[in-house]
Design a protein. Sequence first.
Length: 256
Amino acid sequence: MNKFALITGTTSGIGKALAEKFAQEKINLILVSRDIQKLNQQADLLSSKYGVSVHVIEADLTKSDAAIMVFKKVKQLGAEVQYLVNNAGFNECGPFLKTDLTKEIGMIKVHAICTTEMMKLFIPSMVRSGYGRVLNLGSTGSYMPAPNDSVYAATKAYVLSMSKGVGAELKGTGVTVTTLCPGATDTELPKKSGLENTLLFRMFVMEAKTVAEIGYKAMMRGRASIIAGAYNKTLVFSAKILPAFITNPITKMMMG
């Protein structure tokens, strides 16, 4: 059975850079996203450039049956997922009383529920084979509350906590779970969520390719988590040692 990396949210940003990194390493791909036209274009480019096998699955991960649909299609392909990357995500940012509840529920479904379901579905075969790598997308927001981005940060806190717990359970199986926690990154997310003009995205913005390289290396090494970039590591460390009455106003200002 052919071994593949399955990556969600691959048509832009960190997911796109991760797909290219896996292809460079001659690892076959299953790309999952909502835009079938972009998926097909991406698949053609990667397969012709790197000589890898690339399959695409069109899926809206906010839907309740999305994960099981993806799983069934992978089985139909006869593919074995050795690397699982739960990268898909988006943000609904702003004061909690003004944000769109429907979008926030969708965000919870994609970041928390779908990530959990994908791990439940794909990790068992990794354990049976004795090897597997899972990479989940967290955030610097995984480590601290984020006024004006409260729901997003909460979903990313769930991703980090759940990933570390499952990773600890899997110790000795040959399967590891890594959480990549970037800060501000040059992707389409800030433009789509109205964050591009915030103080956060005017300072210390990292390139998606750099973040992807950091995440890929950490995943392959089996690290439990990795914070991308020296500035973001300092930010998280500061949030751990400073009281909330100091960090909350700073975070609110950065997101405003």
